[in-house]
Write a protein of this length. Structure first.
Lengths: 321, 312
């Protein structure tokens, strides 16, 4: 189990640290896919990157809370232990397959480097391992591929290679940050199927960061919806689709063109995501919420459990609305 | 009434030359024609490399064509010099995909949006130009306060509104939109799609709309052309094509559409990498589930809007 407990993170903005993620709690059990959903600028990627303590390189500070991997805090680890965790226990797949590979090294040398970091295999065994990793991600002609450079490959192929590299250390958890956004629809479908089959086969826990409800519908077991640095709804995937309780979740689902068939006008969420530091007093979504009342502007909403497994941070939910 | 007409378009990209040895030429767009009528939205869908954006750039005359004709309104612009083209450009304008990269970071919004007026309406005074810019920005849902700001002060959705205003200021009849909403969040995407529909209703604009998002295309378009490897493999009325696809490629694209609800998940799916493009015969044959032997010699000529020997 990988767990985020009441985590608050701040980011540097013109010389000052401003709160960007506040009081976020998430549980990522083995073998499950948790989707973290929301618009750009809500703190999704920041939260996801904190699981590998990557934000620290960009000046992100932990203000409060903890991240716990198998009962041990990630913040108590030594640099060596942390290096082993990155890729060995928790792996990451990034959004941009075009920029995540080094253009001046062959695919082979980049995969072998990762294998070398996480295993003690000799040269020959490492090569065989690389071929089997490539086969696992649906790339049959591994030998030729290993000699090629990233620029001769399509986006879908590169994403497969990045997935193969993420699998090299046999991680227990995988963080996929918008893994299909940069790809064509037909390629997307295959990559989704691939990720799902690898995740099931190896029993990995997956944190899927996305703004795409189609991807959520395909992959997630549980969904956490994030807005302005906090989790506003947290439930099983069927509950989120059949019974979205927070007005933000409802609004996000309604502005998709596929839900608006035959109408000329799509539902919109007025305005923009507030940047860290300019969150509203009271409920942070209130300024854009069509259901907001006076109390929403003055009082922050508290988490309400609508049933055992469904959390929503909205006053209306507490009243049974 | 046709406001944009393209005949027998063909474009080949040559590879190599100068320092590199000459490689195989790539046919980007293969001999096709279409008409875009006033007030209509024609979508081009297909995967990366299918020739969607090349078609748009050829129709805009931003690329030189190897063969064919491009007509804007009643002016044949195929052979016009770049200077003569410039005067015609107020007929057709373009909105780009990336609202972050397509605005000059050093120019104020008023200058970026007003730039087209300097070319097409050089007699306007500074104050008149500013007034016209403001009028156009308002049309796109932006207010007076944005005039003297710079692009970095805006969100993606606002920048795309600026991009649309910049295209509209010369009062074109045709907008070519190359993936105009794919860099935006769903919530903002909906705002921009609504704006485009509203502008079209008010001004009778024609849109050539390029996108890989089939839900967006279905929402906004009247007609669609499906491209694969430089060929138009199917074209027709949007509901007809999307509800009853005749080309196996169209069907595979539609099958790849994201599902709307977790209950629609399928148990097992193909995870193998796609086969590429066939160099002879039907380009889709390597990936086609129903390909037969004679597909290998099929010249991909469309019949009744479908380029397939065995339409579904």
């Amino acid at each position: 189990m990988l767990e985020i407990r009441k985590l608050s993170l701040s980011i540097p903005v013109s010389g000052q640290h401003v709160l960007a993620v506040s009081d976020v709690s998430l549980q990522l059990p083995a073998g499950k896919v948790l989707a973290l959903v929301g618009e750009s600028g809500c703190g999704k990627s920041l939260t996801a990157q904190s699981l590998l303590r990557l934000g620290e390189f960009q000046g992100v500070n932990k203000e409060a809370g903890d991240i716990v991997l198998h009962d041990k805090s990630l913040f108590d680890l030594s640099a060596d232990e942390l290096r082993h965790i990155r890729g060995g226990v928790i792996s990451m797949i990034f959004q941009e397959p075009m920029t995540a590979l080094n253009p001046v090294f062959t695919i082979g040398s980049q995969i072998l480097e990762v294998i070398g970091l996480h295993t003690d295999l000799d040269k020959q065994a490492a090569y065989a391992r690389a071929l089997s990793l490539l086969a696992d991600v649906g790339l049959q002609d591994g030998e030729t591929l290993m000699k090629q450079y990233p620029d001769s490959l399509s986006g879908g192929m590169r994403q497969r290679i990045l997935i193969a590299m993420a699998m090299a250390g046999e991680p227990e958890f995988i963080i996929a940050d918008e893994p299909t956004t940069a790809l064509d629809v037909s390629v997307q479908k295959r990559i989704i199927a691939l990720l799902r089959s690898l995740q099931r086969e190896k029993g990995m826990g997956m944190l899927l960061v996305t703004h795409d409800f189609g991807l959520v519908a395909e992959m997630a077991d549980e969904v956490a919806v994030m807005y302005a640095g906090e989790i506003v709804e947290y439930a099983s995937v069927t509950d989120i689709f059949d019974n979205p309780s927070h007005p933000y979740t409802q609004a996000l689902m309604n502005c998709r063109p596929e839900t608006a068939r035959d109408t000329t006008e799509l539902t919109v969420i007025p305005g923009n995501v507030p940047s860290p530091g300019s969150w509203a007093q009271g409920c942070r979504f209130a300024p854009r919420c069509s259901l907001a009342r006076d109390v929403c502007k003055t009082h922050a909403s508290l988490d309400v459990w609508t049933n055992d497994n469904h959390l929503a941070r909205c006053v209306r939910v507490g009243e049974g609305a | 009434m046709s406001v944009l007409s393209v005949r027998n378009l063909r474009k080949v990209f040559k590879s190599g030359g100068f320092l590199l040895k000459s490689g195989g030429d790539k046919v980007a767009v293969q001999d096709f024609s279409f008409d875009l009528n006033k007030g209509e939205t024609l979508a081009i869908v297909g995967e990366s490399g299918s020739g969607k954006s090349t078609t748009a750039r050829l129709a805009m005359r931003l690329l030189d064509l190897d063969k064919g004709e491009v007509v804007w309104g009643d002016t044949d612009v195929t052979a016009l010099s770049s200077q003569a083209l410039r005067a015609q450009r107020k007929h057709i304008q373009m909105v780009f995909q990336d609202p972050f990269a397509s605005l000059n970071p050093k120019m104020k919004i008023v200058d970026t949006v007003g730039e087209g007026l300097r070319v097409h309406n050089p007699n306007l005074s500074k104050a008149e130009r500013r007034a016209k810019v403001l009028e156009t920005l308002k049309l796109c849902g932006l207010g007076e306060e944005v005039l003297d700001r710079y692009p970095h002060q805006f969100s993606g959705g606002q920048r795309q509104r600026v991009g649309i205003a910049r295209a509209l200021i010369v009062e074109p009849e045709v907008l070519v939109l190359d993936e105009p909403v794919s860099a935006l969040d769903v919530s903002v995407q909906a705002q921009i799609l609504n704006l485009l529909k509203q502008l079209q209703a008010e001004k009778g604009l024609a849109y050539l709309f390029i996108s890989h998002d089939l839900s967006v295309v279905q929402h906004i378009s009247n007609r669609v052309m499906v491209m694969f490897a430089g060929y138009v493999v199917e074209e027709g009325d949007i509901e007809q094509v999307f509800n009853h696809p005749k080309h196996p490629y169209t069907k595979s694209l539609l099958d790849a559409k994201p599902i709307a609800h977790p209950s629609q998940r399928k148990a097992a799916e193909d995870i193998a990498a796609d086969e590429g493009v066939a160099s002879e015969g039907c380009a889709f044959a390597l990936r086609c589930p129903i390909a037969k032997d004679d597909c290998k010699s099929f010249d991909m000529q469309a019949k009744d809007g479908v380029a397939c020997l065995y339409p579904l």
